[in-house]
Structure formats: structure tokens, C-alpha cells
Design a protein around this ligand. Sequence first.
Ligand code: ZN
Length: 637
Amino acid sequence: MKGKEDIIETIRRCILEQIPREAEVTRIEFEGPALAVYTKKPEILMEQGYIIAGVVNTIKKRIVVRPDPSVRVEEEKARLAILELVPEEAGVGNIFFDPTLGEVIIEAEKPGLVIGKEGTTIMEIVKKTRWKPKVLKKPSITSKIVSNIRHLLKSESKERERILRSIGERAFRTPTFSIGDVRITALGGFREVGRSAILVQTKESQVLLDCGVNPGATRSSNAFPRLDAPQFDIENLDAVIITHAHLDHCALIPYLFKYGYDGPVYCSPPTMSLMTLLQLDYLEVLGKQGRLPPYDEKHIKECVLHTIPIKHGVVTDITPDIKLTLHNAGHILGSSIVHLHIGEGYYNIVYTGDYKYGRTLLLEPSTSSFPRVETLIMECTYGGPDDIMPSRVEAEQRFITIINETLEAGGKVLIPVPAVGRAQEIMLVLDAYIRRGLLIETPIFIEGMISEATAIHVSYPEYLSPRIRSEIMKCVDPFKSEYFTIVEHSSERDEIIEGGPCIVLATSGMLEGGPSIEYFRNLALNEKNTLIFVSYQIEGTLGSRIQKGIKEVQMLNDEGKIEIIKVNMRVETVNGFSGHSDRRQLLAYLKNISPKPERIILCHGEATKCTKMASLISKNFGVEAIAPKNLETIVLK
Ligand code: ZN
């Protein structure tokens, strides 16, 4: 207890010494991994940015300026004041107040006009309302999830404040142990794809990287990470870090809250929205399949309240001896490579999560340069000798040829897609090829969570490729096309199935629940139709079995009886759209990563791919490379 007071007291004294009296600082509080300076005159500290920069330089902690609640103008009055100050051409949409942070989110078609020349308009807003504006591009489609999260954080404002304070107190505690014993334990996703989870420990800290399920698991014993491992102790867990919003990386975080976890979940801002969408859908799909969910909706809410979004590139103290920085992973929107800096220059770990070392329409290639790295934990989904993907151009041409052949023969094309990432990428490809006259004009039906996931994409333009970002900033919706029809309700499905040639994009991507299964059930028998896989099929999923060529599938019909579905439709896999690095890209990454790691630990790949890749790397790169099994602990330093 005393230690904590010492640290906060030292920091408080330092801040008060450097901040001018006229700023009227009222209090200094922990706000998650940052320190919040509450002031009655926020404009002074915002206008004279060098004051806070100076303090940050001295105390080496993140500082945020917060207007004191006593001076904030009532929300309705503040809203009117904002509308009066901002020119009409700015196209202001939503104005949303967040009392926990004292921020007002202003969405506008032209954010630049809200900011004003050299920030003059924004400063006027601060002076008039004493709320801190956060200006965002108004998205062309409103995301329900983004809006629900905002409302939840607002209605639970008091609880959120308590959580942020306790997270800060824990992160800034005076360390009990001297630095040492850096180790990791493989809890899931080693020599397999699915249920990713890695425990990182020092004497002082315990951090969990990812916490997913294995969607292809047949038994519950191999569906969840090994949280029963003796090394894992939920009571002493300091932080959870999530690389990206795919179920095999994020589905089980709410489960931790069910069992008493009360700490932070760090991830990028888009990941926060996307993973909430996926967790809610996960519960729904389990419910429809009559399976027992591992947690309830209230645990997803707990997860949202404990999530601290951090932008790529920002260094954050998450425990007394671990600093976290997230970098672009190029895999899906908001996907991150995790960099952990342990001790003051003592040790550095980089965990790639799923990553793409190559450009896609949606995203930039993953970051390969870090301040330091001793151990690299790398995925190798496509690490096998045959995992050489065709070039993007070849992949697109083959994809379009298969579709054209099917449409010409009067068939329908079913493309099962994960809602996040591949769906948006495929939408861009289809629209572009029709417009260039290379793909036969045809209706494209989109069903499942895809439209909500797309709405989340347009809400975070800064995480997308420069081309897509600039279209969004120019108010062009890159995901809109005259050929797309969003299927809102399952009752519309019959008409599509009975109708003429078309393309159907539906979730889930591995034919495990979701509308893609319903389309498959109805389209499988007709040999004129085609099923095209464009994403990785985890071993054991229905998608993976069909991909391998099974000709009969047992499925439950509406009356709950087993029916046999004959697979007469053409089944194709088009590689090259993947959000993962292929073998060449994995090896290119190892060649180009800077600085060179001393040790490489492989994960997220089938057993033989991991082990063979490890021996290849040891031989060719002259560094230690290993492919541990789940439950193995590796002492790094
Ligand atoms: Zn992934």
C-alpha cells in the first residue's frame, strides 16, 4: 500500500511543480495505464502542449488532460454550442458525450472543418464547453456495435472509472521482485491452429497473450486453452492482450471474467468493436446448435468495460516491469503484432499473432521493424513446403474464371467467408471485376454479420490501406456497389435459392454455423453450383472435410432429424486471398525483420508444419528455432 502511495505522490509532486497554477489542476488520478490530470482550464494545457510533453519526459508515464467534471457544460447546452461553432459544411452527425473521460465524440463528414485552421475551432469548443473533443470521420454506415459500446461505457460510467483506477494502481505498483525469470508457457495454439493462448511471466508479472477457442474441436477438452495449467493463476493475472478479432484468438476472454478476472484487456480500437461482435455471435451460434455456452452476455459486457483500446505504436506500461506496444499485423482490420519490453532494456518479445507480410486491398503489410527483439513468437499456418500461394493477380484471375464458368452454366456460387476481413476483401474484388467488365454482371447476395463488420471497417479508416482510407475520407463508400444486396432476414433466402445465377457471400467461413450452412444445404445437390473456399479451413470443421473431398454430409434438418446431403456441387479452393503469410512471406519476414531475434518460437500451424519449419529455420538462419507443444514452458532469460 505504502509503495503505491510513494509512486503516485512522487508523480503528483512532479506534475504540480511543472504545471502552471492558472491551469487549476484539481486532482491527478490513474486512468488505466495513464495518469489523468483533471483541470478547470483544459485549454491551457491543450494550447501549450509542451507543458505536458515536459512532464511526460520527466516521469516517463502517459498523461491525459481531463476537464474537471465541475466545469463541464451540461450536455445539451454543449451540443448546441458545438453546432453553433462548427460551420454547417462540416456535416456534423453524431455528437456523443463520454463522462468517464470528459470527452465529446464529434462525427463529421469533413472532420477538418471541426478542427479548424491550426485547431482554432476545436480550441473554441474546449473553451465554450469544457469538454475535450475527439473528432471522427462520420461513417457512411452506422455500426450498431460501435454505438452499443459507447452507450454501455456511458451508462456504466461509475464502474468504468473504478475499473480504470484499479487497473492503474496495479500497473504502477511498486515492484516486489527484482527483474528476472522471463518465461512463456504454451497454453493453446501450439502445433495446432485454434485456441491460441500464451502466458508470459516474469517474477513480478503475468500476462496472457490471446485467449481463443478451437472451432474445429470435437471434444470440449481440446476446444479451450489449457487454463488448468499450474502456471496459470487467474488471481495473479495482470493483463490480457488480444492480437485480433478472430474466434481462435479472442472468443474466451469473457470466460475469464466469469471466473473472477478483474484486470485489463488491451487491444487496438477496431479489435475492441470487432471482438465484441464476434463474441456475441459466438453465443448465438452455440445457442442455435443447442450447445452449452461457456459464458453469458453479461460476461461480454464485463469484457467491454475492462477493455483498454491502444493505438498502434503507442508505448504503454501494463505492469511494473512490462511495456506493451502494438504494431500493424496486416491480417484483418485492427490486427496487431505484440511487442513486450521487459525491464529497462532487460528483454524483448515479439508475438506476431496472425500476420500478413504482403499487401492486400484492405491493409498494409505487417511491421517488421522493432526497437529490439530477442525472442520472436511466430505463426506458421502456411509454413508447409507446399504452402506457396499464387500471386494475388493469379488468385484473382482463377477466382473470376471459376465464377464466370459457373454463372455461364446457369449455376450459383457460394463463397463462405469469415465476416471480418476476407468478406470485405472479396467484396472489393468482385465489384472491381464487374466494373472492369471481366466478371459477368450478376446479383451478389451478402448475408450474416458481414454488413455489421463492414460498418465497423468504415468506422476506423486510419487502420485501412491508404487507398481505401482516402476513399472513405472523400465520402466514397468503398464497400458499396450496385450489385450488392444485403440479405436482412433468413426468409429472403428461399427466393435466392430458387432464383437464377448469382453469387452468395455468407458467414461462417468454415461452414460451422451461420447462413453459409443453409445455403450449402440447398445448393450442394446441383452440380451446376460451385462452392469456393477463400480462407483457411481449420482441421475438423465441416469446411475442412468438404475441402478434402467428402461426398456426403450428415446434417440436422429443421425437425432435428439427421439428413444426408450429397455434395454434387463443384468444390474449389482459391489460395492467395489469405490474410496469413504464405511460406515465402514467412521466410522473407525472418530475413527482413530488424533487429534479428536470437530465438524463434513457432505456433499456430499443424504439428508437422511447425516442426519442419523450426528445423529449416535453425539450419538456414543460424538461430535457435523451436516448435513447443501445448503445456511446455520455455525459460527465455
Ligand atoms: Zn486470424
